[in-house]
Design a protein around this ligand. Structure first.
Ligand SMILES: N[C@@H](CCC(=O)N[C@@H](CS)C(=O)NCC(=O)O)C(=O)O
Length: 201
């Protein structure tokens, strides 16, 4: 059976929502960041990057949230969690790549700034930028996506699970989601979905 390695509040929530939406059977393994379990030899044997999520599938281990989301969507086509046209699928990957490589990284400068600098002043300076950078990212998303019920249009996709997950970080990053009315409405629609409620329980 597929196993999702996750930590509560992390980007792994997006994958858990996708698994719930797809109604795929899976097991959960919690990775305890408080005791740095992500850097334990047992966990590094699963994911040498020392991060969550990791998905152990019957074919092998997958890491990187966009890859896991695409895997879940393609494993369960009847759930229709990804567009089927080449352009539609590329648009989904474009958004998921942006969330992973730009928005998530902007957020990580708050709790993980020591990845980029040792100097406490430099760390503090990076942390002061988090709120403005996250606001810029969400202003871009508000303007260029969310033109319909779901982030890519009429079809619910795994990108909705990913966007929702990243938006749950806004409050602690010092950004009020109410500045972005479409994003806020999307958040409420997501919270009403049974799969999201199961994933967050
Ligand atoms: N590029 C990876 C990033 C994964 C990542 O950084 N996950 C965070 C949690 S949201 C983590 O595991 N952090 C632990 C650490 O930095 O020690 C992805 O998109 O899956």
């Amino acid at each position: 059976m597929t196993t999702l390695y996750y930590t509560p509040g992390s980007c792994a929530l997006a994958v858990r929502i996708a698994l719930e939406e797809a109604q795929l059977p899976y097991r959960l393994e919690r990775v305890d960041f408080a005791s740095a379990q992500q850097r334990s030899s047992d966990y590094l044997a699963i994911n040498p990057k020392g991060r969550v999520p990791a998905l152990v599938t019957p074919e092998g281990v997958l890491t990187e949230t966009p890859a896991l989301l695409a895997y879940v969507a393609q494993t369960c086509p009847r759930a229709q969690l990804a567009p089927v046209t080449p352009f539609g699928l590329a648009r989904m990957q474009e958004l998921n790549s942006y969330l992973a490589s730009t928005v998530h990284v902007a957020h990580a400068h708050r709790l993980r700034a020591s990845r980029w600098a040792d100097d406490p002043e430099a760390i503090a300076a990076m942390q002061r930028k988090v709120s403005a950078n996250m606001s810029d990212c969400f202003a871009y998303l508000e303007t260029h996506y969310l033109q319909d019920c779901w982030v890519l249009g009429e079809q619910f996709t795994v990108s909705d699970a990913y966007l929702f997950t990243v938006a749950t970080w806004l409050k602690n990053d010092g950004v009020d989601i109410a500045q972005f009315p479409r994003m806020q409405a999307h958040h409420q629609r997501m919270l009403a979905r049974p799969a999201v409620q199961r994933a967050m329980a």
